[in-house]
Design a protein around this ligand. Structure first.
Ligand SMILES: Nc1ncnc2c1ncn2[C@@H]1O[C@H](COP(=O)(O)OP(=O)(O)OP(=O)(O)O)[C@@H](O)[C@H]1O
Ligand SMILES: [Mg+2]
Length: 245
């Protein structure tokens, strides 16, 4: 199992006055499920993009599994990102056994056989509650919640052990959401994965995460368990943030 470390990490987009990310030291332990919470614009997505290699830091270092990653391009980093925008391939069906599709693509490029692909995609679809009758649709023919399930399934079919998830449950109804929380956490545990999970939902953080990192203006202002961060003596700003759902 491998963890993630960000050290003296700074990212400032051009034309902006303050850094979007400015972190002195953040460690996600191997096997840990860490939630990231913070107001809109606090730098959560930017942090995930830095870890994934979609942005280059102006300063600082990123380590994954103990290896320095700054010079490793996106495709070579051992992480799967689930984007806030989902980033499904619009022209591909959800699943096609024979050809390229949203769910088979990551496995086809890894040269899995058709039987292996079908088996794995069915298993993961089941876990995330994605009905097989949706396989023949394209993303614009799905509801927002269905699209989120496809994005989750696509990240999880590869048996990757490191996930960066950007609000993956935001479009789900209150019946599906608790089920998905349980399934994501269970998959994380079964795979022995390390997960960084951005959410605005305090219940996600409480029920899924080992620890929560709170961001404000690009900085990590607190890291701790839900109990620590919501105790009577905790910072009222942090308590308020964690009470949102
Ligand atoms: N490509 C960009 N160019 C310039 N500024 C950007 C860019 N992307 C993000 N920003 C700015 O960087 C800051 C952090 O943005 P980021 O998307 O990381 O926030 P966030 O915490 O994910 O917010 P949200 O909860 O709304 O998704 C914001 O002030 C945003 O306006
Ligand atoms: Mg964001």
């Amino acid at each position: 199992m491998s963890g993630i470390r960000a050290l003296h990490l700074k990212l400032q987009y051009s034309g902006t006055e303050t850094p979007a990310v400015n972190i002195s030291d953040l460690t996600v332990e191997p096997g840990e499920f860490m939630a990231i919470m913070g107001e809109s614009g606090s730098g959560k997505t930017s942090l995930l993009r830095l870890i994934a290699g979609l942005e280059n830091p102006d300063e600082g270092d990123i380590y994954i599994g103990g290896e320095w990653m700054n010079n490793t391009p996106v495709g070579r980093r051992p992480v799967q990102m689930i984007f806030q925008s989902l980033a499904l391939w619009p022209h591909l069906k959800v699943m096609d056994e024979r050809g390229y599709s949203n769910l088979s693509f990551p496995l086809k490029v890894r040269r899995w056989t058709q039987a292996q692909i079908v088996d794995r995609v069915r298993g993961v679809s089941n876990r995330v509650g994605l009905k097989e009758e949706l396989y023949s649709r394209r993303p614009n023919e799905l509801s927002g919640g269905e699209r989120q399930r496809v994005a989750l399934a696509r990240a999880m079919v590869t048996e990757s052990k490191m996930f960066l998830m950007d609000e993956p449950l935001s479009s789900l109804d209150p019946i599906s959401r608790p089920k998905m929380r349980t399934e994501i956490r269970r998959l994380h545990d079964e795979l022995g994965a390390t997960t960084v999970y951005v959410t605005h939902n305090g219940v996600d953080a409480r029920d899924m995460a080992d620890r929560i990192a709170v961001m404000q203006n690009g900085r990590i202002i607190r890291v701790g368990t839900y109990a620590d961060l919501t105790s009577a003596t905790a910072d009222p700003y942090v308590r308020l943030l964690l009470s949102s759902f």
